[in-house]
Write a protein that binds this ligand. Structure first.
Ligand code: PGA
Ligand code: ZN
Length: 433
């Protein structure tokens, strides 16, 4: 049984406070922490911050920590850690609000993950296996990693409007090879960028992708960045075994009904504004010229119409991140209206392990793809690696194949694959199923 729950404030990879929880049972101590991203508001679970400008610029999480140490702890002590849904429900009931704003989703999620780890230990099974059982499935799959290799958007200080260019080693035979392919491409890319922009071009963004100052010319859009990645892939010789994907995160450069590809420039001229229709043409071109296999948030989060139109063309996987905010109501609407065809799963936007399992089920029942995702503010917690295997999501996005908080996830997948031995299945070509 759960004997003690203790929280503390730690810092995430951006140096911003977040919640860490130590949950104790007769089997030992189980630690987990909540990731954090740029809040997109409204539909996602509430990250409770103190708002005291004199402390961490208003970002401290002492109230969330206190909620764990006093209220949540009292409610959970004595509970069986294998009963994940009951534990999560107890916290939801205690919170009483729709978006977990009373206790804080950062408090609730850290406890939920720690309980999940304790539940696995209680059953004496690996975490990914415990998660698989909780979700009612038996097949375990090592996901295809989507490595961020070029960063832009709000995650970097360069001109690039879109947030990420990613590479997917779909043609690898196992995860270990996928990681090798990703790492080699990343290092070739560093050389390609250095030759063209000098060493300064190799500075990195929040997720570890390089952030060269590519041209602001509208006709080039993201092409200059994609050419760099293509060149790096060709230097590795992996060619078609590695596919390219992007996260446009277009909500961040949508101004009214237009898309501003020069949104980070202080002296913009307005000539770089594009309509939704222009953007569709641009994406079409990218899919043809660069064999892009997946585009995340190609339009603003409320521009359901253009996302639907683009998805209907069937050119690539269309992932809803800001569009869906991992919110079941928005996912249900998107399924009903055929708005997109893949879910980006951010566990802190939903707030508990049980609810994360439920939204993945929703997406899978609709034959969508599922991408288990990190946040820009990460910790050394590797939970999402086990989650992606246990839920067989087929895809994981955890940033570049460098930097500790990103590698915590990828390295854990190496360990899981090793442990599964002959039973390990790499999603590979079946990444969307
Ligand atoms: P975020 O970025 O954590 O800043 O939301 C991740 C993503 O957009 O996929
Ligand atoms: Zn995104």
């Amino acid at each position: 049984v759960i004997t003690k729950v203790k929280a503390r404030q730690i810092l995430d990879s951006r140096g911003v406070p977040t919640v860490e929880v130590d949950l104790y049972t007769n089997k030992g101590m189980f630690r987990a922490s909540a990731p954090s991203g740029d809040a997109s508001g409204m539909y996602e679970a509430v990250e409770l911050r103190d708002g005291d400008k004199g402390m961490y610029l208003g970002n401290s999480v002492n109230r969330a920590v206190k909620n764990v140490n006093e209220k949540i702890s009292e409610a959970l002590i004595g509970m069986d850690p294998t009963l994940q849904s009951q534990i999560d429900q107890a916290m939801i009931d205690l919170d009483k609000t729709e978006k977990k704003g009373e206790l804080g989703a950062n408090a609730i999620l850290a406890v939920s993950i720690a309980a999940c780890k304790a539940g696995a230990a209680e059953k004496e099974v690996p975490l990914y296996k415990h998660i698989a059982v909780l979700s009612g499935r038996t097949n375990l799959t090592l996901p295809v990693p989507a490595f961020t290799v070029i960063s832009g958007g709000k995650h970097a200080g360069n001109n690039l409007a879109i947030q990420e260019i990613m590479i997917l080693p779909i043609g690898a035979i196992k995860f270990e090879e996928a990681l090798q392919m990703g790492s080699e491409t990343y290092h070739h890319l560093k050389a390609v960028i250095s030759e063209k922009y000098g060493a300064q071009g190799c500075n990195v963004g929040e997720d570890g992708g390089f952030a060269p100052n590519i041209s602001r010319q509208v006709s080039l859009f993201v092409k200059e960045g994609l050419d760099l990645v293509k060149e790096a892939i060709s230097r590795t010789g992996y060619n078609d075994r590695i596919k390219i994907a992007i996260d446009a995160a277009a909500t961040d450069f949508c101004m009214g009904t237009k898309y501003d590809l020069d949104f980070k420039s202080p002296n913009k001229s307005g000539q770089n504004f594009k309509s939704g229709e222009d953007m569709i043409d641009t994406y079409k071109e990218l899919c043809t010229d660069y064999s892009i296999v997946s585009i995340e948030d190609p339009f603003d989060k409320e521009d359901w119409e253009h996302i639907k139109h683009f998805s209907s063309l069937g050119l690539c996987q269309v992932v809803g991140d800001d569009l869906l905010m991992s919110n079941p109501k928005r996912i249900e609407r998107a399924i009903k209206e055929s708005t997109c065809n893949a879910l980006l799963l951010k566990i802190n936007q939903i707030g508990t392990v049980t609810e994360a399992i439920e939204v993945v089920k929703l997406a899978k029942d609709a034959h969508w793809g599922v991408v288990t995702s990190h946040r820009c503010g990460e910790t050394e917690d590797s939970f999402i690696a086990d989650l992606s295997v246990g839920l067989a999501t087929g895809q994981i996005k955890a940033g570049a194949p460098c930097r500790g908080e990103r590698l915590a996830k990828y390295n854990q997948l190496l360990r899981i694959e090793e442990e599964l031995g002959d039973h390990a299945v790499y999603a590979g070509e079946d990444w969307r199923q």
